[in-house]
Design a protein around this ligand. Structure first.
Ligand SMILES: [Ca+2]
Ligand SMILES: [Ca+2]
Length: 178
């Protein structure tokens, strides 16, 4: 009367730092490095005075890089050059951008580049398994790319919005009945 099949589809969403205003330089991985902020059209560094995990966490979140596990001081990721834009940074942790955190003021500092601040972020990953059931006519191959894409589109649009965190790997088990 009925038969079924299952397809395992894998969606990989790589964490890619994306922000116009802050960047991480000279890290070994994409989500770590010396913190640089863009202000007045120029990139500059952040002084490590008062630089802590709360501040680093704001940067990690702004970059879609998960949570901060480190806030290294003393130019751990090398010394920058040019402006030292921020000093005595005092984020509350609720800011959506480092630009919104309290500090001594743009360009006001008593620092040298030997004190450049860094961050180490850890990308939160979730392995989510969604079981999707679809109905197809017997003359349609449920393994065809078109059907698989339809399932993916449906899941991407309707289901992913319920995940409040970034999904790095999504395994869809599509069960097909016909
Ligand atoms: Ca601080
Ligand atoms: Ca200072």
């Amino acid at each position: 009367m009925s038969s079924s099949c299952s397809n395992d589809l894998l969606i990989v969403r790589a964490a890619t730092p994306a922000s116009a205003n802050v960047r991480l330089v000279n890290g070994n991985k994409p989500c770590e490095g010396r913190v640089e902020v863009l202000y007045s059209g120029q990139w500059g560094t952040v002084c490590d005075d008062g630089w802590d995990l709360i501040d680093a966490n704001v940067v990690c979140r702004e970059l879609n890089c998960g949570i901060a596990t480190g806030c290294p001081h003393s130019a751990a990721f090398g010394q920058g050059s040019g402006n030292i834009w921020l000093d005595d940074v005092r984020c509350t942790g609720r800011e959506t951008s480092l630009h919104n955190c309290a500090s001594a003021g743009w360009g006001i500092n008593n620092c040298a580049h030997t004190e450049d601040a860094g961050v180490i972020c850890r990308v939160l990953t979730l392995q989510a398994v969604l079981r999707v059931s679809i109905m197809v006519n017997a003359d349609i191959d449920p393994n065809s790319p078109i059907i698989q894409q339809l399932v993916l589109d449906e899941v991407s649009a309707e289901k992913l919005k319920y995940f409040p965190f970034s999904v790095s790997h999504l395994i869809i088990t599509a069960t097909c009945h016909f």
